[in-house]
Design a protein around this ligand. Sequence first.
Ligand SMILES: Cc1ncc(COP(=O)(O)O)c(C=O)c1O
Length: 309
Amino acid sequence: MYGDSASHDLRSALAAHHDVHMDNIVIGAGIDGLLGSLVRMTVTTGDTVVTSAGAYPTFNYHVNGFGGELVQVPFKNDMEDPDALINKAAETDAKLVYIANPDNPMGTCHSADVINDMINRVPDGCLLVLDEAYVEFAPEGTAPAMCVDDPRVIRMRTFSKAYGMAGARVGAAIGHKDLIANFAKVRDHFGMSRVSQAGALAALQDQTYLAQTQQNVVKSRDRISRIAHENGLTPITSATNFVTIDCGKSGDFARAVVAEMTTLGIFIRMPFVAPQDRCIRISAGTDADLDLFETALPKALSAARIKCP
Ligand SMILES: Cc1ncc(COP(=O)(O)O)c(C=O)c1O
């Protein structure tokens, strides 16, 4: 049997979880899949879309794929810049403006007040895409209250991060019911497998396990930060399941560190765009993972300092 094309059970459980109606929720193949449907629904050739330079790139692929014109504003103090995003959206008559809160790749976040202010300033004819992939790792007061009567914002949530189910590909878009209903015109109706839907429902029902994961991630972030300090580097306070570490030098130096870590068998990543590319980005992991990281990092730094003094 196909999976339930309406994801009824998962949507009703999520609706209860967020205290909204199930008509305010659509399920898709992760946030990535939902972003694709959203851009397909709202953007046509030549339409402007605003995001931050160096923000989550998959959104950009969809915009480019559907013929939109991407306009990018810089990060400010290693954070996405809500004022610059909204001002640019107004200036360019944008159809969509995107922010991830917390953000990838810097791991920083804005408070709910800042995001609410942003929502209140969304220009007419524009929609704010609020990507909250990491919100379960963020401090209290990061997520604004759900306000699904407001047509100016759509929120994206996922089972990939705190629920640990990235391979199952389950995400949810939450917003005004008319906007959510429009997904039916473009989405892949039988794209969600039965196993993924059942798995996500079970994960949602196990909030104890979620809380344990959240605690594990806090512990892991603390240890990554400690290791960074011990190596003379500066960890950036993280609201996600990774820690971005400022290596205090050029992008070339950070790229050399990533390359040396790869040679040592440790896969880490880094921001693509300057000046954020002075950083490396380390995922939270098990004690055993971080033992390996702790051993490899000083070696990679020494090698990188020789290659990129
Ligand atoms: C900001 C952000 N949004 C969305 C995603 C992807 O989420 P999903 O697995 O639900 O497609 C990621 C994954 O790294 C991300 O960093």
